[in-house]
Design a protein. Structure first.
Length: 209
């Protein structure tokens, strides 16, 4: 099945406002994340985000892009060319996953999150920032600019627990942890949980872009 994300090259490290947004987003990464652990920069673009993660002390950073034009901009960085729905990494490989304005480009977010579950260690932590406004949903490359409740539901179904929601009128942030392994090819559990109750118990923080 063809699941590859579609988006234009995000070679934007020469855009000052974008760079400020990236730095503010990465500042939300908890100090508790072990800088020696492997961190995946999903949808890393030209590698600017990876450079900021390196400044923050991370030593084992791997980026993923599906566009070779992005990969060749910074050949010294460890950027892997592959589809984020079917990544070239072993099971339980990463301690942490970070992404900004990436997941909404997926045409199949459930398989994508199952794949992220596969490559992450149990108790691994994630931080995703996702475009969510109506205007963003209408952009041709945005297939999954969902509201918070839908992302919470998807995270929950794919073995993740969201601890914090970062809120902005055009973007949402989700910080959380992998709680269990999920096999995409196995029959999923039947869910009948109280989604309102689940969302109401999650900490919410205003997001500055």
């Amino acid at each position: 099945m063809y699941l590859q994300a579609h988006h234009p090259p995000s070679i934007r490290s020469d855009e000052p406002e974008y760079c400020k947004e990236v730095r503010r987003a990465i500042d939300k990464i908890p100090d508790s994340w072990n800088r020696e652990g492997r961190i995946l920069s999903l949808g890393c673009g030209d590698g600017y985000e990876m450079s900021v993660l390196e400044e923050k002390g991370f030593k084992r950073i791997i980026g993923v892009t599906n566009d070779n034009r992005e990969k060749i901009v910074n050949p010294d960085l460890d950027i892997v060319l592959c589809d984020m729905h079917d990544m070239l990494f072993a099971d339980n490989y990463f301690n942490f996953v970070y992404s900004k304005e990436t997941l909404e480009h997926s045409i199949a977010p459930y398989p994508l999150l199952c794949e992220l579950n596969r490559v992450m260690k149990r108790d691994g932590e994630f931080l995703h920032f996702i475009s969510s406004s109506m205007e963003k949903q209408r952009e041709i490359y945005h297939f999954s600019a969902f509201p918070d409740w839908l992302w919470i539901d998807l995270f929950h179904k794919t073995g993740f627990e969201v601890k914090t929601i970062y809120e902005h009128s055009i973007q949402l942030g989700f910080y959380g942890i992998k709680t269990k392994n999920i096999d995409f090819f196995e029959k999923p559990e039947h869910y009948s949980y109280d989604l309102n109750g689940l969302i109401n118990n999650i900490k919410r923080v205003k997001l500055e872009l």
